[in-house]
Design a protein around this ligand. Structure first.
Ligand code: ADP
Ligand code: ADP
Length: 224
């Protein structure tokens, strides 16, 4: 399994119990939507996938490697997190430097680094803006560059928080096309049900810190 979450429970320091024994496995190549109302625990679950939070109880592993303090560096390469706001992810003077940041941190240099950067930008159709400052790009373009920053690390799983939010219809369609074409396992947190239906064969509904449903998206949404 690419992602294995077993019996994960978590309470915040103030005592709020956000997750109650969540078990979820995602196989290589699956595209899964994580749905559920505000406060359901989606963000808390996602923060456990790359060790921003570590399990109070239970276990998370990525391609067989458990998320622990001593594995965090490798886990963060394996789990590519795309934040809801691309401006939380882009902070360098040029697109090239932003996309190079992760793979350079992994030790890539020279032609290997350039290849990783260009390949990632090509996957999101943004190779032509490689020398531009990110803040000169449109919001939709910045979101695509944010996706490239994590693709450049060749992750096992791409995790996106509300990928269609704030996009105009054309950018929304373009991003859907890009995500559908990627050869990577995807977990996307979304409130955009048409997007889930269009992109994800499988949907998981989290509600009150437990998995309320898990199955084919068309069945899950028909029941909802
Ligand atoms: P979602 O992403 O589905 O909206 P969250 O994971 O953000 O849900 O929240 C799950 C529960 O945990 C909610 O009850 C929320 O209020 C609570 N929560 C989230 N972050 C914190 C925090 N830092 N401290 C205390 N409680 C929190
Ligand atoms: P999302 O839009 O992803 O569901 P939220 O609006 O639930 O995010 O949460 C936004 C931020 O507020 C998060 O960092 C979350 O941890 C924090 N947060 C949410 N609920 C609480 C809470 N009850 N106490 C403290 N922080 C919270």
């Amino acid at each position: 399994m690419t992602l294995d979450v077993r019996d994960l429970a978590y309470a915040y320091p103030d005592g709020t119990q956000a997750l109650f024994g969540v078990t979820l496995s995602i196989a290589k190549g699956e595209r899964v939507a994580l749905l559920g109302p505000n406060g359901a625990g989606k963000t808390t679950l996602v923060m456990h996938l790359n060790g921003i939070l570590t399990a109070g109880h239970g276990e998370v592993s990525v391609a067989g490697l458990p998320v622990r303090k001593d594995t965090l560096k490798e886990i963060r390469r394996r789990v590519g997190l795309v934040f809801q706001d691309p401006d939380d992810q882009l902070f360098m003077p040029t697109v090239r430097e932003d996309v190079a940041f992760g793979p350079a941190n992994m030790g890539l240099r020279g032609a290997d680094l350039e290849h990783a950067v260009v390949t990632a930008l090509e996957k999101v159709g943004m190779a032509d803006v490689i020398d531009r400052p990110p803040h000169h790009l449109s919001f939709g373009q910045r979101r695509r560059v944010a996706v490239a920053t994590v693709l450049a690390m060749d992750p096992e799983i791409l995790v996106l928080d509300e990928p269609s939010s704030n996009l105009d219809p054309a950018s929304r369609r373009e991003l859907a096309e890009i995500l559908r074409g990627l050869d990577v396992t995807v977990l996307m947190v979304t409130h955009d049900l048409p997007y889930a239906l269009e992109l994800c064969d499988r949907s998981v509904i989290l509600s009150g810190g437990v998995i309320a449903a898990d199955g084919p998206t068309h069945e899950i949404l028909a029941d909802g």
